[in-house]
Design a protein around this ligand. Structure first.
Ligand code: SAM
Length: 331
C-alpha cells in the first residue's frame, strides 16, 4: 500500500490516501474482559437451559411445523418462549459455519456460536445502543428478524426490518405471526435502490455493508436513512490507510458465483463518513482488537441539521447531489 501524502499546492491541499485533518474518532474496546466473562456465563446458561428444559413433544407442534417450513433459512435463532421452542431446538434446523463475530473472539466454539446466533452479538450490541424507548428503529439486513424483536422488547415505538432475500423476509413475517408484535414490520427489498424506505430515528446494520455490491453507496444510503443514530457493525481491517479489497466465492462444481465480500479499511470507512459530512467527534469506534471487527456508533443529528441548512463544505460540489441521493426520476 502507498504511504498517505499531503501535497501543498499554491491554492489548495491535496490529501492522498488520508484526510486533510487527521482527527480520529474516539475508540473503545468492543467489550472488556469482565463484560466478556459475564456474556459467556449468560450464553452458556442459555445453552444449558436448552438441554434441561427441552420437551420432545414441542417438536410435534404447529410452531415446529412452521419452523420446518423455512428449513435452510434459519441463519438466526428465533425463540418462541411461550411455545417452549426455538429455531435451534432441533439441531438439524440450525445453520452451521465458522460462527464469525458470534464466537466473541473465539471464546465460544463455532457450534456454540451457531446454536446461539445472534445472541452473542446482541449481548455486546445491547450495552452500546442508545435508548430505543419511543424511537423508530430500523434494521437493514434483518434476516429472520432477531434484532427487530429485541428492539420491540426494549420499547421502540416502531420497528422495521429490511431484507432483500424473500425467504428470510417471509421467515421473519412468520415468526412475528407467532410472537405478535404489532409495531414490527418487515419489508422485502434492496435498500440500495429502494427509495421508498423512510428514515428512522435509529438505524442498525450488522454484517451487511461489506456484502453489498457497492459498499460506499450503501454507507451513503444509510446516512440518509438515520435521523439520530447509525450503528454500523462490520468487518474491517484495522489500518489507517485507505483500502478496499474485493473477494468472491465460486461453486467448484458449476462455476456459479456464491458470494461477494469487500474488506474495507477502518481508515477508508472513517474518511468516507467524513466526506459525507460526519465529523470525527460524531463517530465512536468500538473495536474488537485483532478480530477485524469494529462497531461504529455514529451520531447523525448534526449532519442532518447541517444538510438541512445547506452546510456541506466537506462534500465537493460535484458530489453533493449524489451524497444526498437527490434523484431525478424520468417523467
Ligand atoms: C450476514 S446476514 C446478517 C443478518 C443480521 N444483520 C445479523 O447480524 O445477524 C446479512 C443479511 O443482509 C441481507 N442483505 C444483504 N444485502 C442486502 C440489501 N442490499 N438490502 C437488504 N438486505 C440485504 C441478506 O439477505 C442477509 O439476510
Amino acid at each position: 500500500m502507498r504511504e498517505p501524502i499531503l501535497y501543498e499546492f499554491e491554492n489548495y491541499w491535496y490529501a492522498q490516501g488520508r484526510d486533510l485533518v487527521l482527527d480520529e474518532p474516539v475508540s473503545h474496546p468492543l467489550f472488556s474482559g469482565e463484560a466478556l466473562a459475564g456474556m459467556l456465563t449468560e450464553l452458556r446458561g442459555r445453552l444449558a437451559r436448552d438441554r434441561e428444559e427441552f420437551r420432545p413433544e414441542s417438536l410435534n407442534s404447529p410452531v415446529a411445523d412452521g419452523i420446518r417450513s423455512f428449513l435452510g433459512e434459519w441463519f438466526q435463532r428465533i425463540d418462541f418462549p411461550e411455545h417452549g421452542i426455538s429455531t435451534t431446538s432441533d439441531r438439524s434446523w440450525a445453520m452451521f459455519d465458522e460462527g464469525g463475530v458470534n464466537t466473541l473472539g473465539r471464546n465460544l466454539t463455532s457450534e456454540e456460536a451457531c446454536l446461539l446466533r445472534p445472541w452473542p452479538k446482541w449481548l455486546y450490541v445491547r450495552r452500546l445502543i442508545p435508548e430505543v424507548r419511543g424511537k423508530s428503529v430500523m434494521e437493514v439486513g434483518s434476516a429472520n428478524g432477531f434484532f427487530p424483536f429485541r428492539f420491540a422488547e426494549l420499547g421502540a415505538s416502531k420497528v422495521t426490518g429490511v431484507d432483500v432475500q424473500a425467504r428470510k423476509h417471509d421467515s421473519a413475517v412468520w415468526a412475528n405471526s407467532i410472537l405478535g408484535w404489532k409495531n414490527v414490520d418487515f419489508v422485502n427489498t434492496d435498500f440500495l435502490v429502494d427509495f421508498s424506505i423512510p428514515a428512522h430515528d435509529i438505524v442498525f446494520v450488522s454484517e451487511v455493508i461489506n456484502h453489498t455490491l457497492c459498499p460506499m453507496w450503501a454507507i451513503t444510503r444509510l446516512v440518509t436513512l438515520a435521523k439520530e443514530t447509525l450503528i454500523i457493525d462490520t468487518g474491517v481491517f484495522e489500518s489507517s490507510h485507505h483500502a478496499l479489497e474485493l473477494s468472491t466465492g465460486w461453486s467448484r462444481s458449476n462455476g456459479t458465483a456464491q458470494m461477494l465480500s469487500y474488506q474495507i479499511s477502518d481508515g477508508l470507512l472513517v474518511s468516507f463518513l467524513k466526506v459525507l459530512g460526519i465529523r470525527a467527534n460524531e463517530i465512536v469506534k468500538h473495536v474488537e482488537a485483532g478480530a477485524g471487527h469494529i462497531l461504529y456508533m455514529i451520531d447523525t443529528r448534526g449532519v442532518q441539521e447541517r444538510r438541512r441548512n445547506g452546510e456541506m463544505k466537506e462534500i465537493p460540489v460535484n458530489q453533493r447531489r449524489s451524497a444526498l441521493l437527490q434523484l431525478t426520476l424520468p417523467e
